[in-house]
Design a protein around this ligand. Sequence first.
Ligand code: HXC
Ligand code: NAP
Length: 299
Amino acid sequence: MDTTKLMYRDGLMKDERILITGGGTGLGKEMAEGFLKLGAEVHICGRRGGVCEETATELMDKHGGKVVPHACDIRVAEAITDMNDEIWAKHGPLTGLMNNAAGNFISRTEDLSIRGFDAISNIVFRGSFYMTHDIGKRWIDQKLKGNVCSILTTWVWNGGPFVVPSAMSKAAVNTMTQSLAVEWGRYGLRFNAIAPGPFPTKGAWARLSPDSGTSSMEQSVANPMGRVGEMHELVNLAVLLMAPGAEYINGQTIAIDGGMYNASGGNFSALAAWSDEQWTAARAAIEGANAEDKAKRTV
Ligand code: HXC
Ligand code: NAP
């Protein structure tokens, strides 16, 4: 990311200690860089401990400050508790949580196995809740203010053909956002979400645009602005929600998609035209990407 395009003053986030799930790669890494550059202490977690360590080192070499990597599988509630115990004991209470980790792949729903459904929903639906619940209870017990932002998709409003487990799970996290904004607002906790349109990342493109050309991730021409998102644009919105200054925003899900959702629904409906051969090739390519990532997992 070009950090000169951040809209904010240096030091804005100096009192923040923020955990970004899935912060070792993609959008999570970009947000980690932005928060760090603005003075926050950043914690990142993922199953590939080595990837998180590399990211932490890279960002601290570039900007100084403190990025702490954690190997943690957010599908495992006990692992979340252990990580948060360690953060609280060694570094102090978090001030914010960015629920960013996710799993996804395009598939015809009739081709999905139960394990395939669980692989996605256990990360997005359960993992986001486990993390929010563990950290929220700490904030309530300790009478601390807290701030949660979740990275969703615009499919929470109109469904996600060919990505049904993801769309269902993200919609549930949207509902969590709205519900806890009300239920836990009285404790000084707030909950918002971001629904990005296409922002090219290795992880998403490998699983959502394995053919690199015909699926809707690549059809930026269908976007009213004729392009995909730029990382600093997403990070500027994330800072607005995670930095001090706009605390009265609570219970909102904000799209950042160049108007794509309003123009086209922003989902994968165009994949209805794919042949059996295209689906077979896509699955082989996705499973190759999955295997490559899995080989690096340390938890
Ligand atoms: C059908 C598939 C499949 C595919 C995997 N499976 N790929 N089924 N089509 N293309 C099935 C497998 O066959 C298996 O079922 C089951 O899913 C579990 O597979 P595992 O590899 O054992 O899963 P696991 O190790 O838990 O890995 C989770 C994962 C993987 C979701 C499958 O892709 C992952 O770790 N992803 C993390 C990163 C990621 O997805 N990033 C993209 C986020 S983008 P069987 O029954 O055969 O055993 C995003 C939204 C972008 O979220 C929005 C854009 C607008
Ligand atoms: P990505 O780089 O693949 O990011 C996903 C991250 O989640 C990875 O770092 C992964 O790390 C982590 N993760 C997955 N399962 C986990 C688990 N069980 N425990 C801990 N961490 C886990 O893809 P991305 O594009 O940046 O996606 C980031 C977020 O943006 C996701 O919520 C996605 O749905 C959302 N989003 C992306 C786009 C886009 O265009 N890129 C658009 C809309 C929404 P490990 O594999 O090491 O665990």
